[in-house]
Design a protein around this ligand. Structure first.
Ligand code: PXP
Length: 238
């Protein structure tokens, strides 16, 4: 099976915001990466709007003709935005307001009632749900209990270990994806995936539906060009 590539375009917004103008243009960038073959666009608006602004989520809606994925912590402001924009998928992330980037998955047992309520609201509005989780079997069982359509496996630890040559670090991801598959939950993955580690990860993890990749993809594009890099990912995900 082919794993879909969703390009996280937060870094493009960061670059734009550094000068306060509209260069690079986020909408054009999203159109271009889709034209190059990416099968999804991901954004992660944070409450301080330091990269993606809430208005960006609205501006992107008419031009994203692939999978539109909006990630974030489901505070009321975020929920209102997602319910207004109606992307293909919402990915719930328990990130603190001041976190540099997402740094933990949900405790699906502790936050069962909250997650169930939020997930039900999104699903009732026709939006597919995914929740960001660490690769822990009890957390995957908890994900089933809250009714999510998908999980997104938090891959930072895998990426770190893989860079050290520890390929065995893939095992919890294989086990958790297999459990999710058994339970009828779809599996996405993201965080610190790169041209270096993506092929191994996607080959080993069963039925990986989608990866969202931002930081490495943009950094690699500085040297190799965006179109080229998107195609390199697509080839590795085949
Ligand atoms: N998934 C989630 C939930 C994230 O918060 C991020 C970073 O915004 C990513 C995936 C993408 O991670 P990276 O930028 O390291 O590719």
């Amino acid at each position: 099976m082919t794993t879909k590539l969703s390009v996280n375009i937060n870094k493009i917004a960061t670059l734009r915001n550094a000068r306060g103008g509209d260069v690079p243009n986020l909408v054009k960038f999203a159109k271009d990466v889709q034209a190059y073959g990416a099968q999804g666009i991901t954004i992660h608006p944070r409450p301080d709007e330091r990269h993606i602004r809430y208005q960006d989520a609205r501006d992107l809606k008419p031009i994203v003709h692939t999978e539109y994925n909006i990630e974030g912590n489901p505070i009321q402001k975020f929920m209102d935005l997602v319910l207004e924009v109606k992307p293909t998928q919402v990915t719930l992330v328990p990130d603190a307001v001041d976190a540099i980037t997402s740094n933990a998955g949900w405790d699906t047992i502790k936050h069962k009632d909250f997650l169930t309520e939020v997930i039900t609201e999104f699903k009732n509005n026709g939006i597919r749900t995914s929740i960001f989780v660490d690769p822990i079997l009890t957390i995957i069982d908890g994900a089933k209990a809250v009714g999510t359509d998908r999980i997104e496996l938090y891959t930072e630890e895998f990426a770190h270990q893989y860079s050290l040559g520890n390929t065995k670090a893939i095992q919890p991801y294989i086990d958790c994806a297999a459990r999710a598959n058994e339970l009828g939950i779809g599996v996405n993955a993201g965080h610190d995936l790169s041209l270096e580690n993506i092929q191994f990860f996607a080959k080993e993890v069963p039925n990986l539906l989608e990866v969202s990749i931002g930081h490495a993809l943009i950094a690699e594009s500085i040297y190799l060009g965006v179109e080229n890099v998107v195609n390199m990912y697509l080839n590795k995900l085949k």
